[in-house]
Design a binder for this molecule. Structure first.
Ligand SMILES: *Cc1c(COP(=O)(O)O)cnc(C)c1O
Length: 226
């Protein structure tokens, strides 16, 4: 069985090394523990070791886990969201990383308004132009931001991406730096700070941090292979 507490310490050490290597402050990167497919008992072990941000990719699984775990956990939705599930999932979410269409953004803002909430979101960009992945195309982002900015119940944290998998970390680095460059272009033109960059998973989070990630989504390196 995975030694979760040990794995978390190792990863925190790798995060610290990657921030220092790239001259960034040690506390500028949050670790999001991706707990999808793991039962509450396992998640509890990570919580007991001090982890408080957890990510799930399926609405149904998320809403079943929330009541089974401590109330002060910050839950993040990281998977594609369907319109008919928005109402079920909004209350209590720390952030949605996977806002991948104007229609879903609209739906989240409208329902958040009805519930008296303001939801933190990341706009998912399909930076590697992978047909199999959700997300906005890079070139549509100026228009997307203009529209999403006008939706009153959303707080835009920044951008998120899941690059196409390749074992070549230098190719992946290029996708991460492309997301950062896109943010650097969009922030002044939109007038939004867009501080958040949600990028990097178990196999590439140190590279993502070197390229500016502010939150890394790490599952198997904490909990073991799914
Ligand atoms: C599963 C998942 C992760 C974590 O993947 P690992 O390789 O287990 O670290 C990160 N982001 C998203 C969107 C995921 O679905």
């Amino acid at each position: 069985m995975a030694d979760i507490s040990h794995n978390l310490k190792t990863i925190q050490g790798q995060i610290a090394a990657a921030t220092s290597k790239s001259g960034r402050p040690a506390d500028c990167v949050q670790l999001l523990a991706v707990s999808k497919t793991y039962p509450p008992g396992i998640i509890q072990q990570a919580y007991a070791a001090g982890q408080i941000h957890f990510g799930e990719n399926r609405v149904q699984e998320l809403i079943e886990k929330v009541p089974a775990l401590p109330q002060d956990i910050n839950w993040h939705l990281i998977g594609h969201l369907q319109k008919n599930k928005v109402r079920k999932v909004l209350a209590g979410l720390a952030a949605i990383h996977s806002v991948d269409s104007l229609a879903i953004a609209q739906s989240i803002s409208r329902i958040a308004g009805e519930l008296g909430l303001k939801i933190s979101i990341y706009l998912q960009v399909n930076i590697s132009q992978d047909d199999a992945k959700f997300g906005f195309a890079t070139e549509e982002m100026p228009v997307v931001l203009e529209q999403v900015q006008a939706m009153p119940h959303l707080h835009i944290e920044g951008l998120m991406t899941i690059p196409q998998f390749t074992p070549d970390l230098e190719k992946t680095r290029h996708h991460f730096s492309a997301l950062r460059d896109l943010r650097d272009q969009l922030a002044p033109s939109s007038g939004l700070p867009l501080p958040g960059l949600s990028m990097g998973m178990s196999h590439d989070f140190t590279v993502a941090i070197e390229e500016g990630a502010t939150i890394v989504r790490v599952g198997s390196a904490i909990f073991g292979q799914r």
